[in-house]
Design a protein around this ligand. Structure first.
Ligand code: URA
Length: 239
């Protein structure tokens, strides 16, 4: 690939900006200063350095974001803050996007990547990748609800796949319940609509797992970090 594309891809600036850096002699390829932006490099073999620092080429990026409430699962929006607005200038890339959607008021696990193939695998209804949610509910969730969810529910004329409902806690006095719910698909507002279908209301919702990867405890709300190779492998296994 062209040297200017290599540098632009790795976040050193726009194509125009990196051309200037190359012209200034700040870039070496295999130890040689290269001043032509048209020079070709083999991204996995050549050693490209900027001001003496080697640059490891990476074409695909995977971030796990602990989405806070109040931001929308989109890339750009004129009015609302998006999940990509949470990214620093260094980490931000135009081609990043969230894999699937969490509602504006939902928190938790959101993968942000530029890997369309993995996104497709994780979202395809045929793959049935598990998504696990923790929710607080207004109302008492019952063993009957567990059976109903296990059979699947008709939402606006369309059946959901069977879902596993775990009742973590029931507060009879406050008429509140805490649940975990495992879904094998991702219909619009699915958790909220399933709970509504059994006569109760979700008042707090957080996604805590997707496929084989759980939201790490040490990732605070609003924070994101790159997936480790092991974490990525866990996502790909089940994807
Ligand atoms: N189900 C919902 O109702 N909302 C979400 O954000 C995710 C799943």
């Amino acid at each position: 690939m062209r040297l200017d594309k290599f540098l632009a891809d790795m976040g050193y600036g726009s194509r125009k900006e990196v051309k200037q850096l190359i012209k200034k002699g700040l870039v070496t390829v295999n130890g040689q200063v290269i001043k032509s932006d048209k020079a070709q490099v083999l991204e996995t073999q050549d050693t490209v350095c900027f001001e003496g620092e080697p640059i490891v080429y990476q074409s695909q990026f995977y971030y796990l974001l602990n989405k806070p409430a109040g931001v929308i699962s989109a890339t750009v929006d004129s009015y609302e803050e998006t999940v990509l607005d949470l990214f620093s200038e260094e980490a931000f890339r135009e081609d990043l996007f969230p894999v699937g959607r969490l509602d504006k008021d939902t928190e938790g696990f959101l993968l942000i990547t530029n890997d369309g193939g993995l996104a497709h695998q994780l979202l395809s209804p045929k793959k049935h990748v598990e998504k696990e949610y923790y929710a607080q509910v207004e109302g008492i969730m019952t063993a009957e609800d567990q059976k109903t969810f296990a059979k699947g529910i008709k939402l606006d004329g369309e059946w959901t796949l069977p879902a596993e409902l775990q009742i973590l806690n029931v507060d009879e006095e406050e008429t509140r319940s805490e649940i975990k719910l495992i879904l094998h698909e991702g219909k619009f507002h699915q958790v909220k609509r399933m709970v509504q279908a059994v006569g109760k209301e979700v008042v707090y919702l957080k996604r805590i797992r997707m496929g084989g990867l759980s939201l790490p405890d040490d990732l605070a709300l609003g924070e994101y970090r790159e997936l480790t190779p092991e974490e990525l492998a866990k996502l790909q296994e089940r994807g």
